[in-house]
Design a protein around this ligand. Structure first.
Ligand SMILES: Nc1ncnc2c1ncn2[C@@H]1O[C@H](COP(=O)(O)OP(=O)(O)OP(=O)(O)O)[C@@H](O)[C@H]1O
Ligand SMILES: [Mg+2]
Length: 468
C-alpha cells in the first residue's frame, strides 16, 4: 500500500473520530438542554398556578368576611391600582350573571364563552382556553362560593411561550456554534492523537520500501503512553538492527571459518592425485582430510548444540554434580592455553560445592567463559576463577583484565550469533555465551556480566546448589 493511501486512511480516520466526538456532543447537549428546559418550564408553570391559586384564596377570604360588596369593592380598588392588569377575573352570581369581569385588552382573541356556561366546582379547578390567533393559552381556576357564587381567576401562558421562544432561539445559535467547535476540536485532537500511528506507518513503509533499517520515529520527549510506545518501537528496531548485523557478521565468520579447512582439504587431495600414487602420500592426504572434516563437523555441531539449547530442546541429565571438582578440571584444561598466551589463571575454589544437573554441559559452559577470558585478554594479564556460596546459591565468577565490553553491546552479547566489535581478529561464532545462558537457565540459574572497559570484566553464573 502506498504512503499516500495510508495517509488518506488516516485523514479519513481523523474525520471519523471527529464525527463520533461531535455526535456524542450533540446527543449529550440535546439531552442536557431538554432536561433543563423541561425543569425550568415546569417550575414556571407551577409558580403561575400557585399565583392564581393564591389570588383565588385571597378573594375567597374577602368574600367570607365582607360579602359580595366587599369583594366587588376590592376588585375596583385593584383595577385602579393596576395589580390585576395581567389577570382574567370574573365574578358571577347564583344565576351565573356576571357581576364583575376584568379582561386585559390583548386577550380579546380568547373565546371565554365556555366559562360563562360552566358550573364551578367546590374546590379550585383549572380550565384551559385556547386562543384563536395566538400560540399561548389562558389557564383559569374556577371555584364556587356558598350559596353558589362563581369566581374565575386566570392568567395567560404568554410568559412561558416567550421563554420557550427565546430559549430555542438562543439554544439553536449556541448549538450550531458548539457543534462546529466540537467537530473542529475533535478533528484536531484525533489528528494529534493519531500522529504517532501515522509516523509509525511511515517508518514501517520506508523500511519495507527501501530495506534501510535506519529509519526511526521522531520522539517528542513528552511523557505519555503513546510516547512510551514510540520509544519501545524504536528500541525494537534497534534490537532487530543489532541482531541482523550480528547474524550477518556470524554468517561471514562461519563462511570464513569453514572455507579454511575445506580449502586445505582440497589442496591436499589435489597434491596427492598429482603425485605418482605412492601409498604413503595417499595415506597422509586421507588422514589430513579426516582431521579437516572433523574440524568442520565440530564447528557445525556447536551451531546445532546452541540451536537446541536455545530452543529448550536440549535434554539435561540430572545428577548430583561436584561443582568444585568441575571448576578445578576446567581450570586445569585451560591452564595450558593460558600459559601459552602468558596469561596467569588463578583460582579460588572452596571444597564441596554441589548442585544437581548435567556435569558435562555445565563444564562446557564454564569452559566457554574461561575460553572467552583467555581469548579476549592480552598477554601478561591475570584471570581469576572464583566460586562461593551465597544465599542458597553457588556463585561462580570469571574475572579478566581484557579490553572489556562496550556498555551498548552488553544487552546483546547473550544473543545467539552476536559478536561485539572487540571480537575482531579473534576466532568464534558468537555462540559461546548464548550456550552458557541456555545451559545455566536450563539448570534454574542465571548469568550476569559487569564490565569496565580497559579495566576488568566479570562474568557471573548463579546456580541453585548446596555446600556439603
Ligand atoms: N571476556 C570478554 N571480554 C571481552 N569481550 C567479551 C568477553 N566475553 C565475551 N565478549 C564479547 O561477547 C561476544 C560474544 O561472546 P561469545 O562467547 O558468545 O562469542 P565468541 O567468543 O566471539 O565466539 P564463540 O564463543 O562462539 O567461539 C564476543 O564476541 C565478544 O565481543
Ligand atoms: Mg566465546
Amino acid at each position: 500500500m502506498s504512503l499516500k493511501k495510508i495517509n488518506n486512511i488516516f485523514v479519513k480516520l481523523d474525520i471519523r473520530l471527529a464525527l463520533i466526538f461531535s455526535l456524542i456532543f450533540i446527543v449529550s447537549s440535546l439531552l442536557l438542554s431538554t432536561i433543563t428546559f423541561v425543569t425550568l418550564f415546569t417550575a414556571i408553570q407551577k409558580s403561575d398556578h400557585e399565583a392564581i391559586r393564591q389570588r383565588t384564596l385571597e378573594y375567597w377570604a374577602t368574600f367570607q368576611h365582607e360579602g359580595v360588596h366587599g369583594l366587588l369593592s376590592q376588585f375596583q380598588e385593584e383595577s385602579i391600582v393596576g395589580t390585576t392588569a395581567t389577570y382574567f377575573i370574573r365574578f358571577a352570581d347564583i344565576e351565573n350573571n356576571t357581576l364583575y369581569i376584568n379582561l386585559p385588552p390583548e386577550w380579546e382573541s380568547f373565546d371565554y364563552s365556555p366559562l360563562l356556561r360552566s358550573r364551578a366546582p367546590r374546590s379550585v379547578e383549572f380550565i384551559i382556553l385556547r386562543s384563536t390567533g395566538e400560540r399561548f393559552n389562558l389557564e383559569v381556576a374556577s371555584i364556587s362560593f356558598d350559596p353558589g357564587f362563581i369566581l374565575q381567576v386566570g392568567k395567560s401562558t404568554e410568559n412561558r411561550y416567550i421563554l420557550r421562544l427565546v430559549y430555542f432561539r438562543i439554544f439553536s445559535i449556541v448549538f450550531v456554534v458548539l457543534v462546529g467547535f466540537s467537530f473542529l476540536s475533535g478533528f484536531l485532537a484525533s489528528s494529534r492523537f493519531l500522529r504517532p500511528m501515522r509516523m509509525l506507518n511511515e517508518t514501517v513503509t520506508t523500511i519495507i520500501r527501501t530495506g534501510n533499517m535506519d529509519a526511526r520515529i521522531a520522539e517528542s520527549g513528552r511523557a505519555s503512553e503513546l510516547e512510551q510506545f514510540v520509544k519501545s518501537f524504536n528500541l525494537m528496531l534497534d534490537r532487530i538492527q543489532h541482531l541482523i548485523a550480528g547474524m550477518k557478521n556470524t554468517v561471514d565468520n562461519v563462511a570464513h571459518d569453514l572455507k579454511t579447512p575445506i580449502t586445505r582439504f582440497r589442496g591436499v587431495a589435489e597434491l596427492a592425485l598429482q603425485g605418482d600414487g605412492d601409498v604413503e602420500t595417499l595415506r597422509e592426504a586421507l588422514s589430513e582430510g579426516l582431521v579437516q572434516s572433523e574440524n568442520i563437523i565440530r564447528m557445525l555441531n556447536t551451531i546445532l548444540d546452541i540451536a537446541t539449547a536455545e530452543t529448550g530442546l536440549l535434554s539435561v541429565s540430572y545428577h548430583e554434580m561436584d561443582i568444585s571438582k568441575i571448576l578445578r578440571e576446567v581450570a586445569e584444561l585451560y591452564s595450558f592455553i593460558a600459559e601459552e598466551k602468558q596469561i596467569s589463571l588463578e583460582t579460588d575454589i572452596p571444597e564441596r560445592l554441589t548442585a544437581v544437573g548435567d556435569s558435562a554441559k555445565i563444564s562446557q559452559a564454564l569452559g566457554n567463559l574461561i575460553d572467552n577470558a583467555i581469548k579476549f585478554s592480552p598477554k601478561d594479564t591475570r584471570i581469576h576463577l572464583q566460586a562461593g556460596f551465597e544465599e542458597e546459591s553457588i556463585v561462580i565468577k570469571v574475572t579478566d583484565q581484557g579490553p572489556g565490553i562496550p556498555e551498548a553491546d552488553i544487552p546483546y552479547i547473550w544473543d545467539r550469533l552476536y559478536r561485539s566489535g572487540n571480537a575482531k581478529g579473534t576466532q568464534g561464532f558468537g555462540l559461546g555465551l548464548s550456550f552458557v545462558k541456555a545451559i545455566v537457565e536450563a539448570h534454574g540459574g542465571s548469568v550476569h556480566v559487569e564490565s569496565v572497559p580497559g579495566k576488568e570484566t566479570v562474568f557471573s553464573v548463579i546456580l541453585p546448589g548446596r555446600r556439603m
